[in-house]
Structures are given as structure tokens and as C-alpha cells.
Ligand binder design. Structure first.
Ligand SMILES: [Zn+2]
Length: 85
């Protein structure tokens, strides 16, 4: 991603959500996507284990929230800061 681009896509920690942020006419248009769009999607065994351990150790449910790691969060912050200067 280049900061000069007008949109950025960030992947959540669980790997099933995406956040798309587009800058247009001095506004931010933010969209959220869920892998499989709510339909039953079979994930790979590593994805299932990761989800189970994250839920087990954090107590957080990922179906209704998006968690971004530091690297993905920084990408979003850098993009917004670059656009609003
Ligand atoms: Zn997620």
C-alpha cells in the first residue's frame, strides 16, 4: 500500500474480517466485510485453532468485533493521518 492511494484494506487479527477505508472528497468511507458473508465457510484447521485459542485466552468473540494488530492499526492510522495532514 502506498499512502498516495485513495483506499486501504486492513485485515483483522482473526483473518475473517476486512476493513476498507476510502478517502474521497475530503471524507472517509469505511466498509466492513466478513469472510463468507455470514454463510457457512469451512476454514482450515489452523484458522479454527487460532480462533479457539484467541477466544479461550482473551474471552473475546470475533463475530461481532474486529481486532487489528499493531501493524495493521499503524497502516490505518498512517493512511488517515496522511490524508488529513
Ligand atoms: Zn476478525
Amino acid at each position: 500500500m502506498k499512502l498516495e492511494d485513495n483506499k486501504i484494506i486492513i485485515e483483522s487479527e482473526c483473518g475473517t474480517h476486512l476493513l476498507r477505508c476510502e478517502y474521497c472528497d475530503e471524507k472517509f468511507d469505511i466498509s466492513f466485510y466478513t469472510y463468507g458473508n455470514g454463510q457457512s465457510v469451512k476454514s482450515k484447521i489452523w484458522g479454527r485453532l487460532k480462533y479457539a485459542f484467541l477466544h479461550l485466552f482473551t474471552g473475546q468473540l470475533f463475530s461481532d468485533q474486529m481486532i487489528f494488530n499493531e501493524k495493521e492499526s499503524k497502516k490505518l492510522v498512517d493512511f488517515i493521518n496522511y490524508k488529513i495532514k
